[in-house]
Design a protein around this ligand. Structure first.
Ligand SMILES: [Zn+2]
Length: 139
């Protein structure tokens, strides 16, 4: 009886993992489509500079559209990278384990951020290290 229950628990775990994997794969597909759409928008809506004569306001607007497009693209690209990395970790069996401290990432955090690579504490530490050079550049 005990063995049967253990088997069932294992099966449930495995099913849960494949379900999570399918969810992540769907997310990845969606973000990739979004990324493609972003690239298309950027290419189609923003003519190459010098294509026609414009006044200053048009130039400013073009610049803004381009900047927003690039920011969106970068955000999507990093999301795709995050999901790809989550899928790799899922294959390796390290999904849900903090990449820095090796502790389990709380389920509630994974529900909000399915491709979280670190627990909140380690992510905050990581973010503060990433933000430092950015702040210097932005100043
Ligand atoms: Zn951690």
């Amino acid at each position: 009886m005990r063995r049967v229950m253990n088997g069932a628990a294992r099966l449930t775990r495995r099913m849960g993992r494949s379900l999570r994997r399918r969810t992540l794969e769907r997310l990845l597909e969606r973000y990739e489509a979004q990324l493609d759409a972003c690239k298309r928008t950027l290419r189609d809506d923003v003519p190459a500079s010098g294509a026609d004569v414009k006044d200053e306001m048009d130039d400013g607007f073009d610049h803004l559209v381009r900047a927003v497009g690039v920011a969106l693209m970068e955000a999507s690209a990093s999301t795709v990278r995050g999901i790809e990395s989550a899928l790799r970790r899922l294959k390796r069996g390290t999904y849900g384990t903090c990449a820095d401290c090796g502790r389990g990432i709380p389920a509630i955090r994974l529900r909000v951020l399915p491709f979280a690579e670190r627990c909140r504490e380690c992510q905050q530490e990581c973010d503060s290290m990433v933000q430092l050079p950015l702040m210097v550049v932005g100043a």
